[in-house]
Design a protein around this ligand. Structure first.
Ligand code: ADP
Ligand code: ZN
Length: 707
């Protein structure tokens, strides 16, 4: 087994680089430390524990709340050639026994198990599968402050002490500051390093449409889907009935849609889920019950037909779009009727205070007049300096004014009240109220009492919301919603920063007209992409796994763009690991070369080589050609190698010496490796750079062609 984290990343997952923080997280775990990982959906949490699992000796026990999710993750790992399994109560005793025995024989690197199963059979499971580490996925489920508390998670706290020699990693996509602290406490994490990735998912566009009536809403959605014929999407609805109605309405428009909710029989649900995963079903109209178990990376859009209950849920749901990093769209429909209904739910729920406050925040997100991504990120305690340019407000800006003085009034009142009061007391004080609570607390004696009397209470509320959204203040749920001043807020209070506020708009907004459908872009790249998708689909049906488990959309798009024609070019595509290359590489290569041969496209690929050749002949260096063509240098070297093999270039002696060729020839003979660069590179102690190996292989290949 290769030992370095990077090698594992390339070999098994086909990725050249870790994303920011992944490598640090992996290193911490490998050296035995606890960590808490906060990363948005699609951020790449799995890699953080899957790579160390392949390095540390023993079985990595992954605790995950949902059985369907486990199965998909295990399928995905296996498709990368990684030994993984899951344990759950749907398996027979014999099956479970067999899995545990494989663990005992060290044949399994990762074992997925639900919290109740693990705690219920702790001794047996851990005696058989000697844990190398524990990974607790969806860790926010342990906290009652989170939005998805699961009692079965609470017992996980006892693990830390029992297994004192192995590291614990807790992972979540959603946790505000309070929940974060609580996760560490409840799991008894040992001095954990906390990694907080940016929650900014730049590839997701944000759009909120206010007050659109049902009939028009359906028509807008149908039109939206109509111009996105091949792309999968989810429509989240508040109630089961709505899911069914919306699905039916879309079917009437001729759209391949179905519904999904918890009230359906289990088989019907898994059928919808499977078909969606395999790209046989384009649209699912679902309650929030749908998605926790969905790891599908090529969901291209998510629509909220109704307002979600809270920001956490909303963020997680839109986060299901574009996990492969490609541009994806989200739309939230918001109207007053939804709000009333949700208010009722929240008021009647067990934790009404928290739930009402959380609803309040999403309401203000939906009504906001400033960059939506700023608000969203702020909610997760992150500041976005610039407007995002990819939300409806940025695309259609509201008017602003310098609100520094207004904000300073509020901040100074908050400070004078010791940062222990909520919004309603603040407004009372600002407006100079003489209510009993105000007098009792002695707030009528404060300098700030009455300094904001010229602004109405409702407007103050909206300004306070803007301040929250801008990260000037924050709300402590665990201290009776007391308002606290952030570091940024302090800068404003002390005159070091200015506050830009938005001119308040009338509360009822006009309906928006539908955006004109985009002209359909259909070019050769897309055509090849679609062919590759068909090949992928074939494999997905044969192996009975979701399509994206074979290759993600991002990987297929890169193939369609770069059109690899040789194994080494194919292995350079991100997402093509060795195991997958062995299994599928040739078929995809054949598809690409077939495509290029069929429609005179070969000329096109030839064109790109010739373009490189022309520039080289003009005397440009490789790096100049790369810069000019906006391609990697390695790609240019690859072009040169191809041009040389095809006799378009007479000699490449200047780029690779005959000594180097001989060294590579010898290594290639010993390793029996004619295409993959990495093994050669490593065998040669990284002394000959990749591009030279590539060129040397071309020299060898041409000799073989000649002989
Ligand atoms: P999360 O669990 O955080 O929602 P995943 O672990 O499912 O996210 O990762 C999301 C996508 O990003 C997957 O398709 C995954 O293969 C891909 N990915 C993760 N890490 C990398 C990386 N270092 N380079 C390229 N793609 C990556
Ligand atoms: Zn924006």
């Amino acid at each position: 087994m290769p030992s370095s984290a990077r090698e594992i990343l390339k070999k098994y997952f086909g990725y050249d680089n870790f994303r920011p923080q992944q490598e640090d997280i992996v290193n911490q775990i490998v050296s035995g430390n606890d960590v808490l990982v906060l990363m948005p959906t699609g951020g790449g949490k799995s890699i953080c524990y899957q790579v160390p699992a392949l390095i540390r000796d023993g079985v990595c026990i992954v605790i995950s709340p949902l059985i369907s999710l486990m199965k998909d993750q295990v399928d995905a790992l296996r498709s990368n050639g990684i030994a993984a399994a899951f344990l759950n109560s749907s398996q027979s005793f014999q099956e479970q026994q067999a899995i545990l025995e494989s663990c005992y024989k060290k044949e399994i690197a990762l074992l997925y198990v639900s919290p109740e199963k693990l705690i219920g059979e702790l001794t047996m499971i851990t005696q058989m599968a000697r844990p190398s580490m524990f990974a607790i996925d969806e860790a926010h489920c342990i906290s009652a402050w989170g939005h998805d508390f699961r009692p079965e998670y609470t017992q996980l706290g006892l693990l830390r002490e029992k297994f004192s020699n192995v590291p614990f990693v807790a992972l979540t996509a959603t946790a505000d500051k309070v929940t974060r602290k609580d996760i560490v406490k409840q799991l008894n994490l040992r001095n954990p390093e906390i990694f907080i990735s940016s929650f900014d998912r730049k590839n997701l566009s944000l759009d909120v449409r206010v007050g659109v009536k049902t009939k028009q809403k359906l028509q807008e959605i149908a039109e939206f889907i109509d111009v996105r014929r091949d792309s999968s999407g989810i429509i989240y609805c508040l109630s089961r009935n709505t899911c069914e109605d919306v699905a039916q309405a879309l079917k009437n428009y001729g759209i391949n849609a179905a519904f999904y909710h918890a009230g359906m029989p289990a088989e019907a649900r898994s059928k919808v889920q499977e078909e969606f995963l395999k790209d046989e079903l384009q649209v699912v109209c679902a309650t929030v019950a749908f998605g926790m178990g969905i790891d599908k990376s090529n969901v291209r859009w998510v629509i909220h037909y109704n307002l979600p209950k809270n920001m956490e849920g909303y963020y997680q749901e839109i986060g299901r779009a574009g996990r492969d990093g490609l541009p994806s769209e989200t739309i939230l429909y918001y109207n007053y009727a939804d709000l009333l209904m949700l208010n009722k739910f929240a008021a009647e729920s067990g934790q009404s205070e928290i739930n009402l406050e959380k609803l309040n925040r999403i309401q203000h997100y939906a009504e906001a007049d400033i960059c939506r991504r700023k608000i969203l990120l702020n909610y997760f305690s992150e500041n976005l300096e610039q407007n995002c340019g990819n939300c409806d407000v940025c695309k259609n800006p509201r008017k602003h004014f310098n609100g520094t003085v207004l904000v300073q009034k509020a901040l100074s009142a908050i400070a004078r009240m010791g940062e222990k009061e909520g919004a309603s007391m603040l407004i009372d004080v600002l407006r100079g109220s003489r209510k009993a609570e105000v007098i009792e607390a002695g707030y009528d004696k404060l300098k700030t009492h009455g300094v904001g009397s010229e602004i109405g209470a409702i407007d103050w509320q909206r300004y306070i919301m803007q301040m929250l959204n801008l990260g000037i203040i924050e709300m402590a749920y665990d201290e009776d919603f007391a308002l606290k001043i952030t570091a940024y807020g302090r800068d404003i209070l002390f005159g070091k920063s200015k506050a830009e506020l938005t001119v308040l708009q009338p509360l009822v907004k006009k309906e928006k007209s539908v955006a004109a459908p985009k002209a359909e872009r259909y070019n050769q790249e897309e055509e090849l992409f679609n062919r590759l998708r068909q090949v992928r689909r074939q494999f997905s049906l044969e192996e009975d796994v979701p399509a994206y488990v074979i290759f993600s959309d991002a990987t297929l798009q890169q193939m369609a763009k770069e059109r690899p024609l040789s194994p080494s070019e194919m292995l350079e595509i991100s997402g093509v690991g060795e195991f997958k290359f062995e299994k599928y590489g040739q078929v995809f290569l054949d598809t690409i070369s077939g495509f290029m041969g069929s429609t005179g496209n070969l000329k096109q690929k030839g064109d790109t080589y010739l373009e490189t050749l022309t520039l080289l002949k003009e005397g440009l260096t490789v790096s100049q050609v790369a810069a000019k063509r906006k391609l990697h240098e390695m790609t240019i070297y690859s072009h040169i190698a191809n041009l040389y093999v095809n006799n378009k270039i007479k000699s490449i002696n200047a780029l690779v010496s005959s000594e180097e060729v001989e060294t590579v020839r010898e290594a290639s003979r010993i390793l029996n490796e004619k295409t993959a660069l990495k093994p050669l590179y490593e065998y040669l102690h990284e002394e000959i750079p990749y591009h030279k190996i590539r060129l040397a292989l071309a020299v060898i290949e041409r000799e073989e062609l000649v002989n």
